[in-house]
Design a protein around this ligand. Structure first.
Ligand code: COA
Length: 160
């Protein structure tokens, strides 16, 4: 059977324990995962290069994973990376509706493209990058929400 290589895209601004759980589970299921970090443009909190470095460090012990930045359409990046599917995590019914509409448009842009969804573990489903940024901005601890290196980076960002 040919190698099963998938793309895991997102903004990861910053990467959370929820994202990492999805990534580890995708690595258990597929041969290779390319994590594609999208810029949020002016809304960027951490620069994309720093998000890539934090993700790469968090996943350094897992072979079969690499982290890249991307801009432009997701379907074009999926084609460029020659993946067999795109993996996304779903935490809530709101995520489901969002993904339903993204996949609907992406499948029109790239007929035949495949999307695989992993349900977030309940204990991680409340975490979002927005809440991580908000807790840190108000001086709270994000140690339970992100890896230690990411918590340091977020803290440094607010000290600047
Ligand atoms: N654990 C924790 N948080 C999670 C999560 C999980 N398992 N899964 C998603 N999230 C959070 C993210 O942290 C983010 O939180 P925030 O809004 O608080 O920052 C939120 O869910 C949205 O996820 P994210 O994947 O970053 O953004 P998105 O849903 O906007 O999609 C792309 C990002 C890159 C996939 C999408 O913007 C895209 O495809 N861009 C390319 C342009 C394109 O092709 N557009 C046409 C699409 S039809």
């Amino acid at each position: 059977m040919s190698e099963r290589h998938v793309l895991y895209p997102g903004s990861f601004d910053p990467v959370t324990l929820g994202h990492l759980d999805i990534l580890h589970r995708a690595l258990d299921l597929f041969d290779r995962v390319t994590v594609a970090v999208a810029s949020r443009g002016k809304a960027d909190f951490l620069p994309p290069e720093e998000r890539v470095a934090l993700l790469a460090e968090a996943i350094a012990d897992r072979p079969g994973c690499r982290v890249v930045t991307f801009s432009g359409l997701l379907v074009d990046e999926a084609r460029r990376q020659k993946v067999c599917a795109v993996v996304r995590g779903i935490r809530t019914s709101a995520d489901y509706e969002h993904e339903w509409s993204l996949a609907g448009v992406n499948q029109r842009l790239a007929p035949g493209s495949e999307y695989v969804y992993l349900l977030a573990r309940p204990e991680l489903a409340a975490i979002s990058s927005t809440l991580v940024r908000d807790v840190a901005r108000h001086g709270g601890s994000v140690a339970e929400l992100v890896p230690a290196k990411v918590a340091d980076a977020v803290r440094r960002h607010y000290k600047r």
